[in-house]
Write a protein that binds this ligand. Structure first.
Ligand code: AMP
Length: 434
């Protein structure tokens, strides 16, 4: 291969360019704020873990683990996998750091990239980002409703409309086994009409047949109707009713979906998916309860429930609904200088403004380039210093919104900038942590 050949981004990956950043900040900032207010704490986990972690949690026979995982051997010969989802790592950390010994529940949130070797198409990438919530150590049905409420609150804070939660129950592990046998009996009658993949799934993991997207299988699975829910045991039914009652009390827009099973093996009781209604319904996230999974991973018998939403899909939904995303104010004031002497003066000006805790931005380049950068940064005020201002011991202060300008003496500058910002409702306080 010629060394001059252009290297291109691998299939299914993407670059997030500067123009897109306002969406990413909007999602990330709002997620941190909604999750923190609801009592969740942030956890940062590795992007790859032992392959076994995902085999034992997500399930060896799920599409995610059997077909889509990026698996590699490290230099010691250990099998590692790029994480295809976030829950398994959170549970591993919960067990490893003895979090079960702390007052329960433990409420954690994460934000980061996930990897699945899936067929790329619109809205489906091989590296994509998820935001997630997990509550560990609370088996109460109210906990399910509270997690769903936090998720709904987040989407409404983002400005998304027509958000619906589709919900179902898979019951206890025992009840789930009964539901699976009923489903197997139903599907076996149509075995020859299922796709080859689903004929295999029917033997090893019949629930996954319900996820199949081929029209052949869909026409059969649509007929399953209430097979699952009819086989839900009484205790699970009662629990599910409670969850729905809480959601009613919270006035959450939900819809029962008796065919909803989700693509991972570990779910028990509540499973749900968040849909944005449009020309075509768009699934932007999902989650469910996974009582028993922590024990399965070698921890204590502790209940858990979570949610994972897709960043790219949520951004798509915001774009489709033309939601107006506010521009970020990254700095309070932008200093523009023209000429060698002005550059030297600008160093002192920047320093003076910096010391009172203002966010000061500056740049080198032509006046046009500097002005364009200032307006791109959405800076409320700009200070302009030319050679004349150096001799006159003043600067020009420009309001970027109404484009008015006035000349301010150097010694009054800091005071004047603070006053102007306060008039705009921007609170100027030295940066502090407590
Ligand atoms: P899951 O972990 O499969 O339940 O997916 C949860 C959410 O993550 C989905 O609703 C999507 O928004 C997002 N997601 C899953 N897989 C992909 C992918 N390959 N590319 C982009 N987003 C994805």
């Amino acid at each position: 291969m010629s060394t001059k050949q252009k290297i291109q981004i691998p299939r299914g990956l993407k670059d997030v360019l500067p123009d897109e950043q306002k969406y990413w900040f909007w999602l990330e900032n709002n997620f941190y704020s909604v999750a923190s207010m609801a009592g969740f704490e942030r956890i940062i986990l590795p992007t790859f873990e032992s392959t076994n972690l995902f085999k034992r949690s997500v399930g060896e026979f799920t599409d995610i683990v059997s077909k889509e995982m990026y698996v590699f051997k490290d230099k010691s010969g250990n099998s590692m996998a790029l994480r295809p989802e976030g829950t398994a790592g959170v549970l591993r950390a919960y067990i490893e750091h003895g979090m079960h010994a702390l007052p329960q529940p433990i409420k954690l949130f994460y934000w980061g990239p996930m990897f699945r070797y899936d067929r790329p198409q619109a809205g489906r990438f091989r590296e994509f980002w998820q935001f997630g919530l997990e509550v560990l150590g609370d088996p109460n049905p109210l906990c399910d409703a509270l997690v769903i409420q936090t998720v709904v609150k987040y989407h409404s804070k983002l400005g998304l409309k027509d958000v619906v939660v589709k919900i179902n129950s898979l019951g206890t592990t025992k009840s789930r086994a009964k539901m699976i046998s009923a489903l197997t009996r139903f599907l076996s009658k149509h075995k020859k009409d299922l796709c080859a993949n689903c004929q295999r799934r029917l033997k090893i993991n019949p629930l996954r047949v319900l996820d199949c997207k081929t029209s052949k299988c869909r026409s059969i699975t649509e007929e399953t109707g209430t097979v699952l829910i009819d086989n839900l045991d009484e205790v699970s039914k009662k629990r599910f009713t409670k969850v729905l009652e809480y959601l009613d009390d919270m006035q959450i827009n939900y819809e029962l979906d008796p065919g909803l099973v989700r693509g991972l093996d570990y779910y028990t009781h509540t499973v749900y998916e968040v849909i944005v209604r449009g020309n075509k319904d768009l699934a932007i996230g999902g989650g469910g309860r996974y009582d028993g999974l922590i024990e399965q991973l070698g921890g204590p018998d502790v209940a858990g429930i979570g949610y994972a939403g897709g960043v790219e899909r949520t951004i798509n939904a915001l774009k489709e609904q033309a939601v107006n995303i506010p521009n970020m104010i990254q700095s309070d004031v932008f200093v523009i200088q023209l000429g060698a002497k002005a550059k030297i003066k600008s160093i002192k000006v920047i320093n003076d403004l910096d010391r009172v805790g203002l966010r000061v931005a500056s740049s080198i380049g032509s006046i046009r380039a500097q002005l364009s950068e200032a307006s791109k940064m959405n800076t409320p005020l700009t200070i302009i210093i030319g050679e004349q201002e150096v001799y006159d011991k003043n600067v020009i202060l420009r309001d970027m919104k109404d484009r008015s300008q006035e000349t301010i003496l150097d010694r009054n500058l800091v005071k004047m900038v603070i006053k102007k910002l306060e008039e705009k409702g921007i609170n100027v306080k030295p940066l502090s942590y407590d």
